[in-house]
Design a protein around this ligand. Structure first.
Ligand code: COA
Length: 323
């Protein structure tokens, strides 16, 4: 019998504090109109000072478990996608495991920036399909606000904090049909945080530890690359554009999302958009968007979803699945 990997529950969590475009107008030389026109973003959520990535991840995970009708004790794999872990070590996945009072199962972080959740889901899917796990918790969680330069108007308007999670279980019914993961490190200079642990924690603390981006160039590569991943995913499954019911894209910029939707020939009401409310939450963006659409009753069981993302590295990827 073929073992499939199927999402049985979704969950999301957003910190309480909301930062609107009008709030940003008081911080940098920008305007609500500019931000909406160029990005589609109206507001983003920001973690409280004493709220860490693990806190957001735990809340999203508990909601996903509840939706799946599972208890923490059922979980036998935890994968957390994050670029903003609480600590150097242990990994955020280990911290989440401890919070959930789970003991012994493998738990690790995946770092692929905005593509992190797609990478994590692609990895967890292989554990489940090969019988190495039966009930995986896959989480994307970020406190990106901690690595944003709040004086740089070209980046600070884009990002937000949040977490999304799914429970991925072994099933006789089809679930994930294919996952496609890519990276091309030659583009690292277009989007990065230029320092890290090995290059010096003192440089991180001195203000160099923030996101640097050549937005215009990132935009162009993102649109082309996501167009290509749509073709690759459909071809790998012998499907046509009209076989896809929903696009659940990474939420970076409404113009990038619309370009990918056009490539798929999907009308706006078949594209999940949360970027207006959440901004770009990096690894959290795809599972948060999925959770919103599932809870609103828009995405239904048996429908075919294309999830995709693009991020620093550059990394990019997609997952095609039957929900
Ligand atoms: N408010 C007002 N003006 C701003 C601004 C802001 N927040 N940020 C930049 N500008 C200005 C620039 O200084 C520039 O002014 P100039 O023409 O006088 O030099 C002008 O707006 C145009 O800048 P540009 O960078 O060409 O704008 P853009 O249309 O490319 O939009 C982004 C900028 C960042 C919104 C867009 O490039 C983008 O979304 N890129 C992809 C980013 C992304 O998704 N990154 C994450 C990938 S996971």
């Amino acid at each position: 019998m073929t073992i499939h990997a199927r999402i049985t529950g979704t969950g999301g969590y957003l910190p309480e504090k909301v930062l609107t475009n009008h709030d940003l107008e008081r911080m940098v030389d920008t305007s609500h109109e500019w931000i909406v026109e160029r990005t589609g973003i109206h507001q983003r959520h920001i973690a409280a000072e004493d709220e860490f990535t693990c806190d957001l991840a735990e809340r999203a995970a508990r909601r996903a478990l509840e939706a799946a009708g599972r208890r923490p004790a059922d979980v036998d794999l935890i994968v957390v996608a994050t670029t903003t872990p609480d600590r150097v070590f242990p990994s955020t996945a280990c911290l989440v495991q401890q919070r959930l009072d789970i003991h012994g199962c493998p738990a690790f972080d995946v770092q692929a920036v905005c593509t992190g959740f797609i990478y994590a889901l692609g990895i967890a899917e292989k554990f489940v399909r090969t019988g190495s796990a039966r009930c995986a918790l896959v989480i994307g969680a970020e406190t990106l606000s901690r690595i944003v330069d709040w004086t740089d108007r070209s980046t600070c308007v884009l990002f937000g904090d949040g977490a999304g999670a799914v429970v991925l279980e072994a099933s006789e019914e089809p679930g994930i049909l294919s996952s496609h993961l890519h990276c091309d490190g030659k583009y690292e200079h277009l989007l990065n945080v230029p320092v890290g642990v090995s290059s010096g924690l003192e440089r991180l603390a001195s203000g160099e530890g923030t996101i640097r981006m050549k937005g215009n160039e990132v935009f162009k590569v993102a649109v082309n690359t996501l167009g290509r991943i749509v073709d690759e995913t459909l071809e790998a499954n012998g499907l046509r554009r009209e076989d896809v019911d929903w696009l659940v894209p990474h939420q970076a910029n409404i113009r990038i999302i619309r370009a990918t939707a056009r490539k798929l020939g999907l009308p706006a009401d078949r594209v999940v958009v949360t970027v207006d409310r959440h901004g770009n939450t990096s690894a959290a963006s795809v599972p948060l968007a999925l959770d919103v659409a599932v809870r609103e009753g828009r995405i239904r069981r048996g429908e075919t979803l294309l999830m995709e993302a693009f991020g620093g590295g550059f990394t990019w990827g997609s997952v095609l699945m039957v929900y």
